[in-house]
Write a protein that binds this ligand. Structure first.
Ligand code: SF4
Ligand code: SF4
Length: 120
């Protein structure tokens, strides 16, 4: 599968590496919870290269995309929030993180949109 072109990213990841650890990326044999071997000091060592898996280029992190409801990166707030097939997915990375007040505010703002919550 060809890698997608890097997409514009309004917010920098600022040291967060959650998606490279908590998504299962079959192409690089990185199960959820195990950091991908391509992680490096600046993020992804194969960013923009053809060998970067398509799933990585197609990951729509709402923090990185500048969604106003998600104002902290996943490694800080403990919740990874992304869009997949028209659904907003919220995966808890730290026990209890989905109980934070910002999550309730975000759910109110997204009322009417499909949201899937994955608790620990
Ligand atoms: S989860 Fe979002 S903020 Fe964190 S590394 Fe991935 S794209 Fe960047
Ligand atoms: S290939 Fe790059 S973007 Fe994809 S999981 Fe690994 S480090 Fe992250």
């Amino acid at each position: 599968m060809p890698a997608l072109k890097p997409k514009p990213q309004p917010r920098p990841c600022d040291g967060c590496t959650a998606c490279c650890e908590f998504l299962w990326v079959e192409e690089v044999d990185a199960p959820a919870g195990v950091p991908c071997v391509h992680q490096c000091r600046v993020g992804c060592a194969i960013y923009g290269k053809p060998e970067r898996p398509a799933v990585c280029g197609g990951f729509y992190c709402l923090y990185a995309l500048g969604d106003p409801q998600v104002d902290e990166p996943p490694d800080l707030c403990g919740v990874m929030v992304w869009v997949d097939s028209g659904e907003i997915r919220m995966r808890e990375l730290r026990m209890g993180a989905l109980e934070a007040p910002w999550v309730r505010r975000a759910l109110d703002a997204w009322r009417g949109k499909p949201v899937v919550m994955e608790r620990l």
